[in-house]
Design a protein around this ligand. Structure first.
Ligand SMILES: *[C@@H]1O[C@H](CO)[C@@H](O)[C@H](O)[C@H]1NC(C)=O
Ligand SMILES: *[C@@H]1O[C@H](CO)[C@@H](O)[C@H](O)[C@H]1NC(C)=O
Ligand SMILES: *[C@@H]1O[C@H](CO)[C@@H](O)[C@H](O)[C@H]1NC(C)=O
Length: 151
């Protein structure tokens, strides 16, 4: 039984339009998955971060806007060790990056300066080394920056 012609056209059109949204969403999922791989997560708080899903919007500790783009990552007080990844700079709609009270080490990636929608960057109570990157000065919307290490 052949499908009506309009169905064929509609499917073709969908195939043209859908990948663009998927690629964007997957890019953000991939960026967060890179973070997961770099972190040591003894309490499995990142267990739901499944990179095979269409987008990261159903993952715990991740919040998206209506366009399925990530606006919050809430991982404060989660016993995480390891390092951050430059790919975090790809979350272009990110407003809240909450990583306080973990044991994350290494340097703060200068790529965070690409997060031009960031309102709050909470990195306090971690084990970062090195300076706060100059690039964070680009973040005009940033109202809360708590980046000091107290260890
Ligand atoms: C903190 O991170 C360091 C370096 O990754 C690791 O050796 C140490 O075991 C971690 N401490 C805790 C309490 O997770
Ligand atoms: C992100 O930031 C880095 C370092 O600040 C810069 O080299 C890079 O070009 C930026 N990438 C994008 C996509 O803006
Ligand atoms: C922070 O890192 C130092 C050395 O890298 C390590 O000795 C210390 O245990 C770390 N702090 C915590 C809370 O794990």
């Amino acid at each position: 039984m052949a499908a009506p012609r309009w169905v064929v056209w509609a499917l073709l059109l969908l195939r043209m339009l859908v990948p663009a949204a998927r690629v964007l969403a997957n890019m953000e999922g991939d960026a967060l998955h890179s973070l997961k791989i770099n972190l040591i997560d003894p309490n499995n708080v990142l267990q739901s971060w499944d990179p095979t899903l269409v987008n990261p919007c159903t993952w715990f500790h991740v919040t998206c806007n209506n366009d399925n783009s990530v606006i919050r990552v809430d991982l404060g007080n989660a016993a995480l060790s390891g390092t951050l990844v430059p790919q975090l700079g790809q979350l272009k709609n990110l407003q809240y990056l909450e990583l306080y009270s973990n044991n994350i080490s290494g340097t703060i990636p200068s790529e965070l300066g690409n997060l031009t929608n960031l309102v709050s960057l909470d990195l306090y109570l971690n084990n970062f080394t090195g300076p706060i990157p100059d690039s964070l000065g680009n973040l005009l919307k940033l109202r809360f920056l708590y980046a000091f290490s107290i260890y």
